[in-house]
Ligand binder design. Structure first.
Ligand SMILES: NC(=O)C1=CN([C@@H]2O[C@H](COP(=O)(O)OP(=O)(O)OC[C@H]3O[C@@H](n4cnc5c(N)ncnc54)[C@H](O)[C@@H]3O)[C@@H](O)[C@H]2O)C=CC1
Ligand SMILES: CC(=O)C(=O)O
Length: 377
């Protein structure tokens, strides 16, 4: 199989979908890897590094997309890339389709088999989302601390306080991977940390992990309203796999926060959990102020720490990509139920239930979608 890796084009997205080590794994298995020129530079990998590992460097993104059987990316394709879609192409990347209706339509209409990193699932875990959630969670607390500084637009408090002065209050909504990692850093900074989750079992686990370094609260509108109003920093970290994020923090709750407070809505890639997180921001211009509260809504946070993130991401994606390359996409998903759950679009149908529901399409299970296609041909 020919595996193509274009350069990422999202604002300040410096990650790349493959490292030289990944190239070597594909080449040793008999595959060809083509990489757009300079695709790895932002993560510290030169064209020469890739050539030594056995890849071919291609000058244009267009040619990479045209020649590849499978394109591996990090972020969802942007509209300028939709023209490269074609029937039979396998696309393996983050997609977040519930928040990207135009992309979903383009993939469906062009007959791409689109496998989303974020919905590959084993039991309760999302193995291809986890490392980036670890990165974004840790970043969320440090970014929140930065934007609480007065010159950055914040109210001018130090999260850890000092002797004789209160610590800053951090509320983390969603106690999964992002939430846990945000808590680790916020605790390290000395903040007063509360984690809110809908799962009583998860709250028990968090209590076992952190003991009395945190407070835990059940997720309901009253607890959220009270915690948000008292917080200096709110971190949005809820996920319902594949689905649009629920708006748990209303505009009224944001109005009740004191001016100069900060919201880091990490879940913005799925639409965000805060009513006033009404648009995605970029690393170039990461915040805006609404009702006196600083909002940070960057959908590719790990892109700012690309060396760490590229290695962490490819550590987990390459083994799945190798299965697709070695067996072909249909056999690979037949053999691996975790990978099968990653298929969001196939044979012109939306094959992930939550995406279909949120975007108003009929859900067609992937076997049925491929079956219909076989019968039609
Ligand atoms: N902005 C960015 O650059 C990045 C964003 N993310 C996003 O962060 C979000 C969180 O990801 P993970 O922590 O990996 O997910 P996760 O699945 O590990 O955790 C989600 C948590 O939300 C909880 N939850 C569900 N409904 C809830 C509710 N109504 N109230 C409170 N808690 C609720 C779940 O019980 C679970 O503990 C996802 O949208 C993910 O895509 C992840 C990495 C980078
Ligand atoms: C999870 C995701 O979308 C990211 O790491 O950018």
């Amino acid at each position: 199989m020919i595996i193509g890796v274009p350069k990422e084009i999202k604002n300040n997205e410096n990650r790349v979908a493959i490292t030289p080590a990944g190239v070597m794994s594909f080449v040793q298995a008999g595959h060809t890897v083509i990489i757009e020129k300079d695709a790895g530079i932002g993560s510290g990998f030169t064209n020469d590094d890739y050539i030594k590992a056995g890849a071919q460097i291609i000058d244009s993104a267009k040619d990479v997309w045209a020649q590849a059987d499978m394109v591996m990316k990090v972020k969802e394709p942007l509209p300028s890339e939709y023209d490269y879609f074609r029937s039979g192409l396998v696309l393996f990347t983050y997609l977040h389709l519930a928040a990207e209706p135009e992309l979903a339509r383009a993939l469906k209409e062009k007959g791409v088999t689109a496998i989303a990193y974020e919905t590959v699932q084993i039991g309760r875990t999302l193995p291809l989302l986890t490392p980036m959630s670890e990165v974004a969670g840790r970043m969320a607390a440090q970014i929140g601390a930065q934007f609480l500084e007065k010159p950055e637009g914040g109210k001018g408090i130090l999260l850890g306080g000092v002797p004789g002065v209160n610590r800053g209050k951090v509320t983390i909504i969603g106690g999964g991977v992002v939430g846990t990692n945000a808590a680790k850093v916020a605790i390290g900074l000395g903040a007063d940390v509360t984690i809110i989750d809908l799962s009583a079992d998860r709250l028990r686990e968090l209590d076992d992990i952190f003991g009395n370094q945190i407070k835990t609260l059940m997720s309901n509108p009253m607890n959220i309203a009270q915690a948000v109003a008292e917080s200096d920093l709110v971190i949005g970290a809820v996920l319902i796999p594949g689905a649009k994020a629920p708006k748990l923090v209303t505009e009224e709750m944001v109005k009740a926060m004191t001016p100069g407070s900060v919201i880091v809505d990490v879940a913005i890639d799925q639409g965000g959990i805060v009513e006033t997180s009404d648009h995605v921001t970029t690393h170039d211009n990461p915040t805006y102020v609404k009702h006196g509260v600083v909002h940070y809504a960057v959908a590719n946070m790990p892109g700012a720490v690309p060396r760490t993130s590229t290695i962490a991401l490819t550590n987990v994606t390459i083994p799945y990509a190798l299965q697709i390359a070695n067996k072909g996409v249909r056999q690979a998903i037949a053999d691996n139920p975790a990978l099968k759950l990653g298929v969001n679009v196939a044979a012109g149908e939306i094959t992930y239930e939550a995406v279909a529901r949120d975007l108003g399409y009929t859900y067609v299970p992937v076997d049925e979608a491929f079956g219909k296609q076989l019968m039609a041909n």
